[in-house]
Write a protein that binds this ligand. Structure first.
Ligand code: ADP
Length: 465
């Protein structure tokens, strides 16, 4: 690549530098208008002097927000590639160490390297792992994280407005970041990268087809139509799997059929990859079954399309767990009770872990859904839905933050007990869903509701809050 590597004074090899990053914007497809925003970041490097002369502040940090696999890392690399600068990267989960001080010293080392080899892009993956609001995590792990976060803030401030080192971070949860991180001069620019739409998926498939021997009449639109909801990482995988399929058959061109078959494998989640131990399969099954079994009790959430524990490409656990009627939720049309129901469903995996494995053996398999619950509970309180009312004008008053958290905590606890109650009432249904999931990996809507008919003991739950 054309990276300009300035000689560092000491001969120590940079640890966090990724060599040979040669990604260009043309490698990232389906971006639409987002591309313009990213081109501007490149200009901060290439035309930095012009910005400074005109008194335009160059942002120190840019936050790329969006679900896993949509190309956030790829984009950060493309910015470095287009600007011809060095690319340093670290995953924030690497910051989070049990030994106090390790995280902070890694942050310092990362930024020192980036400065010594400026101009450079520093990329921090999964910023939320370290950037969660302070004080929300209790215990010594929380302290260590705070020290790391503080160090990161210091480093970000050190580069403010100079445009030599620009930090790009990715997160799927901008809503839970510590407010100090998103203050002006730090990550003050957010770019949202959504899942690709139909045309976006066509373009992404085509980018990955560029380097492959494709048949001339490949119907990309047909493949894109079949892959609703999939992200770039999954689409890239489909092209790879299709290529393998072609090779296996001893053919020389990838056809539409190869792609469609690969899409189906991707959708079914690589069923034949059985790298999990029986205990892990069971644990994941309990996790997923709990959500489905609790959800089926609630009017707005009971529309379950399928339940699956099949692992999907690039992820450890199954992640499209069930298709529920989430539209209302997304559109903010959930009633007060439905929002509580939603929180209850998100806490079901945690409750199931406690019921099936006991307090002593809790895992962290439910961490993500528990997070969803916490954030929804805050939404509930901030939205003025709880009994205790914090008027809209008070929302941002720091004095209330504690009270709001306490009220959210109360709601989480109530919903948690409710989830537990439902699961206890439905042990038989849980056991049968878990068994079937472990055996078949996926249950269709019909299969699931058959079990509900047989073993479910659904009682209309009285609103408990
Ligand atoms: P994220 O950082 O958002 O989790 P990545 O950038 O790691 O996603 O994406 C993983 C891979 O998926 C990329 O290396 C690329 O091959 C493919 N990919 C993802 N999004 C796109 C896209 N918009 N265009 C082309 N390829 C993509």
């Amino acid at each position: 690549s054309g990276a300009r590597v300035r000689r560092a004074h000491n001969k120590r090899l940079p640890q966090y530098l990724e060599r040979g990053v040669d990604v260009k914007f043309t490698d990232v497809a389906g971006l639409g208008k987002i591309r313009l925003e990213l081109e501007e970041i490149v200009k901060f490097f290439t035309h930095g002097e012009m910005y400074r002369r005109r008194g335009v502040k160059i942002p120190g940090g840019i936050l790329l927000c969006g679900p896993p696999g949509v190309g956030k890392t790829l984009l950060a690399k493309a910015v470095a590639g287009e600007a011809g600068v060095n690319f340093f990267s670290i995953s924030a989960s690497q910051f989070v160490e049990i030994y106090v001080g390790v995280g902070a010293s890694r942050v310092r080392a990362l930024y020192q390297e980036a400065r010594e080899n400026a101009p450079s892009v520093v990329f921090i993956d999964e910023l939320d792992a370290v950037g969660r609001e302070r004080g929300l995590i209790k215990g010594s792990g929380g302290q260590e994280r705070d020290a790391t976060l503080n160090q990161l803030l210091v480093c970000l401030d050190g580069f403010e407005g100079r445009g030599e080192v620009i930090t790009i971070a990715s997160t799927n949860r901008p809503d839970i970041l510590d407010p100090a991180l998103v203050r002006p001069g730090r990550f003050d620019r957010k770019i949202y990268i959504p899942k690709p739409g139909l045309i976006g998926r066509v373009e992404i498939l085509k980018v990955h087809a560029r380097k492959k021997a494709m048949a001339e009449d490949v119907d990309y639109l047909a493949v894109a139509s079949m892959t609703d909801g999939m992200v770039g990482a999954e689409l890239a995988n489909i092209v790879e799997v299709a290529a393998i399929n072609m090779m296996r058959d001893g053919r020389t061109e990838i056809t539409t059929d190869d792609l469609l078959q690969a899409a189906q494998i991707e959708e079914r989640g690589m069923l034949d990859r059985k790298e999990r131990s029986p205990e892990t399969w069971k644990q994941v099954a309990i996790n997923e079954a709990a959500m489905a079994v609790v959800a089926v009790n609630f009017p707005d959430l009971r529309n379950i399309e399928f339940v699956t524990i099949a692992p999907r490409a690039g992820r450890e656990l199954g992640y499209v767990r069930m298709k529920m009627d989430h539209m209302k939720f997304k559109e903010g049309m959930l009633s007060r009770q439905s929002l509580l129901d939603h929180i209850t469903v998100q806490l079901a995996p945690r409750a199931a872990d406690e019921l099936w494995y006991g307090e002593g053996q809790l895992s962290t398999i439910w961490a993500e859904t528990a997070d969803n619950a916490r954030s929804a509970a805050r939404t509930y309180v901030l939205g003025g839905l709880s009994e205790k009312h914090y008027g809209v004008t008070n929302l941002w008053v720091a004095d209330h933050i504690n009270e709001i958290d306490l009220e959210a905590l109360r709601i989480v606890n109530e919903c948690y007990n409710r989830a537990k109650e439902i699961l206890q009432l439905n042990r038989k249904l849980m056991d049968s869903v878990v068994d079937e999931l472990v055996r078949k990996k996926s249950l269709t809507k019909q299969e699931f509701f058959q079990l509900v008919e047989l073993h479910g003991s659904l009682k209309p739950m009285p609103p408990s809050i």
